[in-house]
Design a protein around this ligand. Structure first.
Ligand SMILES: Nc1ncnc2c1ncn2[C@@H]1O[C@H](COP(=O)(O)OP(=O)(O)OP(=O)(O)O)[C@@H](O)[C@H]1O
Length: 240
Protein backbone atom coordinates (compact mmCIF):
# COMPACT_ATOMS: atom_id res chain seq x y z
CA UNK A 1 0.00 0.00 0.00
CA UNK A 2 1.26 3.47 -0.83
CA UNK A 3 1.51 6.06 1.87
CA UNK A 4 -0.03 9.39 0.77
CA UNK A 5 2.27 11.26 3.20
CA UNK A 6 5.46 9.72 1.75
CA UNK A 7 7.24 11.96 -0.78
CA UNK A 8 6.38 10.73 -4.31
CA UNK A 9 8.90 8.41 -5.92
CA UNK A 10 8.04 9.88 -9.32
CA UNK A 11 7.54 13.59 -9.85
CA UNK A 12 3.85 14.50 -10.00
CA UNK A 13 3.14 17.15 -12.62
CA UNK A 14 1.22 20.28 -11.69
CA UNK A 15 -2.52 19.28 -11.70
CA UNK A 16 -3.41 22.71 -13.06
CA UNK A 17 -1.50 22.27 -16.29
CA UNK A 18 -0.62 18.57 -16.58
CA UNK A 19 -1.85 16.19 -19.23
CA UNK A 20 -4.66 14.09 -17.65
CA UNK A 21 -3.18 10.71 -18.59
CA UNK A 22 0.29 11.72 -17.50
CA UNK A 23 -1.01 12.96 -14.14
CA UNK A 24 -3.09 9.79 -13.66
CA UNK A 25 -0.06 7.56 -14.38
CA UNK A 26 2.14 9.61 -12.04
CA UNK A 27 -0.45 9.29 -9.25
CA UNK A 28 -0.60 5.53 -9.81
CA UNK A 29 3.16 5.26 -9.66
CA UNK A 30 3.17 7.40 -6.58
CA UNK A 31 0.63 5.32 -4.61
CA UNK A 32 2.37 2.16 -5.83
CA UNK A 33 -0.56 0.34 -7.44
CA UNK A 34 -2.84 0.67 -10.45
CA UNK A 35 -6.23 2.30 -9.83
CA UNK A 36 -8.89 -0.40 -10.00
CA UNK A 37 -11.99 -0.11 -12.19
CA UNK A 38 -13.86 -2.63 -10.03
CA UNK A 39 -17.13 -1.27 -8.63
CA UNK A 40 -16.64 0.16 -5.16
CA UNK A 41 -20.17 -0.81 -4.07
CA UNK A 42 -21.31 -4.44 -4.24
CA UNK A 43 -24.31 -5.36 -6.38
CA UNK A 44 -27.50 -4.91 -4.33
CA UNK A 45 -29.32 -8.07 -3.26
CA UNK A 46 -32.70 -8.83 -4.81
CA UNK A 47 -35.49 -7.74 -2.48
CA UNK A 48 -38.75 -9.18 -1.29
CA UNK A 49 -41.31 -6.39 -1.00
CA UNK A 50 -44.49 -7.23 0.87
CA UNK A 51 -47.34 -4.84 0.08
CA UNK A 52 -50.32 -4.90 2.38
CA UNK A 53 -53.07 -2.65 3.65
CA UNK A 54 -56.80 -2.54 4.26
CA UNK A 55 -59.24 -3.72 1.61
CA UNK A 56 -59.93 -1.12 -1.05
CA UNK A 57 -56.88 1.01 -0.25
CA UNK A 58 -55.41 0.40 -3.71
CA UNK A 59 -52.97 -2.50 -3.36
CA UNK A 60 -53.83 -3.94 -6.78
CA UNK A 61 -53.82 -0.51 -8.43
CA UNK A 62 -50.38 0.38 -7.00
CA UNK A 63 -48.87 -2.99 -7.92
CA UNK A 64 -50.33 -2.92 -11.43
CA UNK A 65 -48.80 0.51 -12.06
CA UNK A 66 -45.51 -0.45 -10.42
CA UNK A 67 -45.18 -3.35 -12.83
CA UNK A 68 -45.79 -1.01 -15.74
CA UNK A 69 -43.17 1.53 -14.73
CA UNK A 70 -40.45 -0.65 -13.25
CA UNK A 71 -38.49 -3.51 -14.73
CA UNK A 72 -36.95 -6.40 -12.85
CA UNK A 73 -39.94 -7.02 -10.59
CA UNK A 74 -41.70 -10.33 -10.33
CA UNK A 75 -45.17 -10.35 -8.86
CA UNK A 76 -45.69 -13.72 -7.23
CA UNK A 77 -48.61 -15.74 -8.53
CA UNK A 78 -50.44 -17.44 -5.69
CA UNK A 79 -51.50 -21.08 -5.75
CA UNK A 80 -55.14 -21.70 -4.87
CA UNK A 81 -57.47 -24.66 -4.47
CA UNK A 82 -60.48 -22.61 -5.59
CA UNK A 83 -62.07 -23.24 -8.97
CA UNK A 84 -61.06 -20.99 -11.85
CA UNK A 85 -63.56 -18.17 -12.47
CA UNK A 86 -64.66 -16.95 -15.89
CA UNK A 87 -61.89 -14.89 -17.47
CA UNK A 88 -59.15 -15.95 -15.07
CA UNK A 89 -55.91 -17.17 -16.59
CA UNK A 90 -53.86 -20.06 -15.20
CA UNK A 91 -50.41 -18.83 -14.14
CA UNK A 92 -51.42 -15.17 -14.42
CA UNK A 93 -54.20 -14.73 -11.88
CA UNK A 94 -53.46 -17.87 -9.87
CA UNK A 95 -52.05 -21.35 -10.17
CA UNK A 96 -55.15 -23.48 -9.87
CA UNK A 97 -54.63 -26.81 -8.14
CA UNK A 98 -56.95 -29.37 -6.52
CA UNK A 99 -57.34 -29.40 -2.75
CA UNK A 100 -55.35 -32.67 -2.67
CA UNK A 101 -52.53 -31.19 -4.72
CA UNK A 102 -52.51 -28.10 -2.51
CA UNK A 103 -52.23 -30.19 0.65
CA UNK A 104 -49.45 -32.21 -0.99
CA UNK A 105 -47.60 -28.94 -1.64
CA UNK A 106 -48.02 -28.05 2.04
CA UNK A 107 -46.72 -31.49 3.00
CA UNK A 108 -43.67 -31.07 0.74
CA UNK A 109 -43.00 -27.68 2.39
CA UNK A 110 -43.28 -25.94 -0.98
CA UNK A 111 -45.23 -22.93 0.32
CA UNK A 112 -43.77 -19.94 2.09
CA UNK A 113 -47.11 -19.20 3.70
CA UNK A 114 -50.66 -20.42 3.21
CA UNK A 115 -54.11 -19.78 4.59
CA UNK A 116 -57.65 -21.05 4.28
CA UNK A 117 -59.68 -18.12 2.94
CA UNK A 118 -63.46 -18.58 2.81
CA UNK A 119 -63.00 -22.34 2.42
CA UNK A 120 -60.31 -22.16 -0.26
CA UNK A 121 -56.59 -22.56 0.25
CA UNK A 122 -54.23 -19.87 -0.95
CA UNK A 123 -50.46 -20.06 -0.68
CA UNK A 124 -47.19 -18.56 -1.88
CA UNK A 125 -44.97 -21.01 -3.80
CA UNK A 126 -41.36 -20.83 -2.60
CA UNK A 127 -39.87 -22.11 -5.85
CA UNK A 128 -41.16 -19.13 -7.82
CA UNK A 129 -39.49 -16.75 -5.38
CA UNK A 130 -36.21 -18.67 -5.41
CA UNK A 131 -36.06 -18.89 -9.20
CA UNK A 132 -36.81 -15.24 -9.86
CA UNK A 133 -34.48 -14.00 -7.11
CA UNK A 134 -31.69 -16.19 -8.52
CA UNK A 135 -32.17 -14.31 -11.79
CA UNK A 136 -31.87 -10.94 -10.03
CA UNK A 137 -35.57 -10.07 -9.86
CA UNK A 138 -37.13 -8.23 -6.94
CA UNK A 139 -40.20 -10.00 -5.63
CA UNK A 140 -43.51 -8.31 -4.84
CA UNK A 141 -46.01 -10.08 -2.63
CA UNK A 142 -49.52 -8.73 -2.13
CA UNK A 143 -51.08 -10.01 1.06
CA UNK A 144 -53.79 -9.03 3.52
CA UNK A 145 -52.80 -7.79 6.98
CA UNK A 146 -53.08 -11.27 8.44
CA UNK A 147 -50.79 -12.64 5.73
CA UNK A 148 -48.32 -9.80 6.34
CA UNK A 149 -48.18 -10.69 10.05
CA UNK A 150 -47.44 -14.32 9.16
CA UNK A 151 -44.79 -13.32 6.62
CA UNK A 152 -43.18 -11.01 9.17
CA UNK A 153 -42.81 -13.97 11.55
CA UNK A 154 -41.27 -16.08 8.77
CA UNK A 155 -39.12 -13.51 6.96
CA UNK A 156 -38.45 -11.10 9.85
CA UNK A 157 -36.21 -8.30 8.57
CA UNK A 158 -35.15 -10.10 5.41
CA UNK A 159 -38.10 -8.56 3.51
CA UNK A 160 -39.39 -4.99 3.21
CA UNK A 161 -42.91 -4.50 4.53
CA UNK A 162 -44.93 -1.64 3.05
CA UNK A 163 -48.26 -0.62 4.55
CA UNK A 164 -50.60 1.16 2.18
CA UNK A 165 -53.21 3.49 3.71
CA UNK A 166 -55.78 5.93 2.42
CA UNK A 167 -55.39 9.55 3.50
CA UNK A 168 -58.32 9.15 5.89
CA UNK A 169 -61.01 6.70 6.92
CA UNK A 170 -63.55 8.83 5.08
CA UNK A 171 -61.54 8.57 1.83
CA UNK A 172 -61.27 4.81 2.17
CA UNK A 173 -65.02 4.41 2.65
CA UNK A 174 -65.74 6.59 -0.40
CA UNK A 175 -63.31 4.50 -2.46
CA UNK A 176 -64.99 1.29 -1.39
CA UNK A 177 -68.40 2.76 -2.29
CA UNK A 178 -67.16 3.91 -5.70
CA UNK A 179 -65.66 0.51 -6.49
CA UNK A 180 -69.23 -0.88 -6.54
CA UNK A 181 -68.10 -4.39 -5.70
CA UNK A 182 -69.55 -4.54 -2.19
CA UNK A 183 -72.89 -5.34 -0.61
CA UNK A 184 -74.20 -3.48 2.46
CA UNK A 185 -72.92 -6.29 4.63
CA UNK A 186 -69.45 -6.59 3.11
CA UNK A 187 -69.05 -2.80 3.21
CA UNK A 188 -69.66 -2.82 6.97
CA UNK A 189 -67.30 -5.76 7.47
CA UNK A 190 -64.55 -4.12 5.40
CA UNK A 191 -64.90 -0.81 7.28
CA UNK A 192 -64.78 -2.52 10.69
CA UNK A 193 -61.80 -4.61 9.57
CA UNK A 194 -59.98 -1.55 8.19
CA UNK A 195 -60.37 0.23 11.56
CA UNK A 196 -58.78 -2.71 13.28
CA UNK A 197 -56.07 -3.15 10.66
CA UNK A 198 -54.65 0.37 10.88
CA UNK A 199 -53.39 -0.59 14.33
CA UNK A 200 -51.01 -3.09 12.69
CA UNK A 201 -49.01 -0.32 11.04
CA UNK A 202 -46.20 -0.70 13.58
CA UNK A 203 -45.32 -4.12 12.18
CA UNK A 204 -44.31 -2.52 8.88
CA UNK A 205 -41.13 -0.80 7.73
CA UNK A 206 -42.78 1.90 5.60
CA UNK A 207 -46.19 3.51 5.29
CA UNK A 208 -47.36 4.86 1.94
CA UNK A 209 -50.42 7.10 1.77
CA UNK A 210 -52.33 6.32 -1.41
CA UNK A 211 -54.36 9.53 -1.57
CA UNK A 212 -57.32 10.08 -3.86
CA UNK A 213 -56.13 10.82 -7.41
CA UNK A 214 -52.48 10.43 -6.34
CA UNK A 215 -51.76 6.91 -7.53
CA UNK A 216 -48.65 8.06 -9.42
CA UNK A 217 -47.15 9.63 -6.27
CA UNK A 218 -47.83 6.47 -4.29
CA UNK A 219 -46.09 4.36 -6.93
CA UNK A 220 -43.15 6.81 -7.01
CA UNK A 221 -42.81 6.53 -3.25
CA UNK A 222 -42.79 2.71 -3.44
CA UNK A 223 -40.10 2.99 -6.12
CA UNK A 224 -38.09 5.34 -3.88
CA UNK A 225 -38.37 2.83 -1.04
CA UNK A 226 -37.01 0.10 -3.33
CA UNK A 227 -34.18 2.40 -4.50
CA UNK A 228 -33.30 3.34 -0.91
CA UNK A 229 -33.25 -0.34 0.09
CA UNK A 230 -30.88 -1.05 -2.82
CA UNK A 231 -28.55 1.68 -1.55
CA UNK A 232 -28.36 0.28 1.98
CA UNK A 233 -24.87 -0.55 3.22
CA UNK A 234 -26.22 -3.48 5.21
CA UNK A 235 -28.44 -5.28 2.71
CA UNK A 236 -31.27 -7.58 3.67
CA UNK A 237 -30.48 -11.19 2.84
CA UNK A 238 -33.23 -13.69 2.21
CA UNK A 239 -32.99 -17.42 2.80
CA UNK A 240 -36.08 -19.30 1.67
N1 LIG B 1 -54.92 6.82 -5.50
C1 LIG B 1 -56.13 6.46 -5.92
N2 LIG B 1 -57.05 7.40 -6.26
C2 LIG B 1 -58.27 7.05 -6.68
N3 LIG B 1 -58.72 5.81 -6.80
C3 LIG B 1 -57.86 4.82 -6.48
C4 LIG B 1 -56.53 5.09 -6.03
N4 LIG B 1 -55.92 3.91 -5.76
C5 LIG B 1 -56.83 2.94 -6.07
N5 LIG B 1 -57.99 3.48 -6.49
C6 LIG B 1 -59.23 2.77 -6.85
O1 LIG B 1 -59.77 2.28 -5.62
C7 LIG B 1 -60.38 1.01 -5.81
C8 LIG B 1 -59.75 -0.01 -4.87
O2 LIG B 1 -58.43 -0.27 -5.30
P1 LIG B 1 -57.84 -1.76 -5.36
O3 LIG B 1 -58.85 -2.71 -5.90
O4 LIG B 1 -56.50 -1.66 -6.01
O5 LIG B 1 -57.69 -2.00 -3.79
P2 LIG B 1 -57.14 -3.29 -3.00
O6 LIG B 1 -56.38 -2.75 -1.82
O7 LIG B 1 -56.38 -4.16 -3.94
O8 LIG B 1 -58.50 -3.93 -2.51
P3 LIG B 1 -58.84 -5.44 -2.04
O9 LIG B 1 -57.90 -5.75 -0.90
O10 LIG B 1 -60.28 -5.36 -1.59
O11 LIG B 1 -58.64 -6.33 -3.23
C9 LIG B 1 -60.21 0.67 -7.26
O12 LIG B 1 -61.40 1.03 -7.95
C10 LIG B 1 -59.03 1.53 -7.70
O13 LIG B 1 -59.05 1.84 -9.07
Amino acid sequence: MGDARRPPAVPIPDPGTADRTELYRALEASVGSAFSSDPLAPNPNPLIIVISGPSGVGKDAVIKRLREVREGIHFVVTATSRAKREGEVEGKDYFFVSKEEFLAMVHRDELLEYALVYGDYKGIPKRQIREFMANGYDIVLRVDIQGAATLRRILRNSAVFVFLVAESESALVKRLIDRKTETKETLLVRIATAREEVRHMNNFDYVVVNAEGKLESSVKLVESIIDAEKAKVRQRTVAI
